[in-house]
Design a protein around this ligand. Sequence first.
Ligand code: BTN
Length: 342
Amino acid sequence: MVGPSLLEILRLFKSALPGGISGSELASRFGVTRVAIWKKIKKLQEIGYLFEGRPKQGYRLVSTPDLLHPIEIYSELETSWFGRKYIYHEEVDSTNTVATKLAMDGAPHGTLVVAESQTAGRGRLGRSWMSLPRKGLYFSFILRPPLEPRSAFQLTLLTALALLETLRGLYGFPVMLKWPNDIVLGEKKLAGILAESHMEPQRLKFVVIGVGVNVFHRKEDFTGEFRYSPTSILIELQDRIPIRRQDILCSFGKRFEEYYERFLVIGWQPWIEKLKEVSFLLGRFVTINTGQEKISGIAIDFSTSGGIILETSSKGLREIWIGDIEQVAWKYNNGTPSTPCL
Ligand code: BTN
C-alpha cells in the first residue's frame, strides 16, 4: 500500500487548526497505520520541521525550517508552470549556469533552479554576486517564450516588475527599479536580475532569468567592493516583520506567471506606464556607459521595446537598450547636474 506523500502530510499540518491533528485521525484519513504516519513525521523532522506531540496524542507543526527544500516550496507554490520542475541544491557555482545546462538538455518552460549558496554567483557585465549560504535568495528559471529575439529584454523588465510588486506587497517597501535590472530601496541595492538569452535565427530558443535578493544579510556580511551600497530585507525591516525566503519565492512565482501570461496576450506597451511609476531614474540626470560611449542626459521615458530614452543636451533624444548606469543625479539645474546620488 502506498501511503501519503510527505507533501500531503505537510499540507495537512499547514492547514490544520492550532490544536494539531491526532495520529489516529491522520492514519484513518490516509488509510495507513499510526506507525506509518509517525515514520513520515520523523522524515519531516529530519528535514527541519518541528512538531509538538506524541503518536498517541497527536501532533502540531510548530515551526518550518528556513529552507528552500522542494517539500516546503511545493507546499506553498500556487503556480501552474513556474517551478513545477524544481531543482534544489545546497550549493552550486551559479544557478544561471545550472539552468542553462538544463535548458540545453531540454528542461521545460518554468523549470526553477534554487540554491542555498553559490560559489560563483554572476551579476551583469561580468560582475560577481555575493551568495553567502542561506543569507539570500538565489534562483534562476527557464522560459521558452514564443517571441522574437528582440523581446527578450522585456522579460528582464517584467521580472523586475513582478519582484518589485512582491517585495512591496510582503514588506511594504517603496522599492524602485533602477533600469534595467537593479531593485533599489532609497539609494541602496536590494536585488538584481541577470537574464541570459539563447537564440535561434528567428526566435528565442530559451531565456534563463536569474534573481538574487539580499535577505538575511547583516551590515557586516557585505564585505568587499560593491558598485552600489547594498542592503538587505533584514537590515531594512529591523525585525518588524518575520521574513521567510519561501514567501518571497512563492509569491514572486505566482505574480510572474500572471504577468508573463498577460504579457503574451497584451504585448509590452501597457507595461510601460507601470515601469514609469516604479522607475528610480525617470526625471533624473544620468550617465550611461553603453560600452561604446558614455551618454548623459535626463531620463524622460521608456521606449516601446523597453529601452530608456535620454534627453541629451547635444544630440537630442537617445534611446538606450544596454548599458551601465555610471551616474545618477537628483536634479538637473540649468544644465548642471546636482551632487550624484549614486
Ligand atoms: C546584477 O545585479 O548584476 C544581477 C545579479 C543576479 C544574481 C543572481 S543570483 C541567482 C542567479 N545566479 C547567478 O549566478 N546570478 C543570478
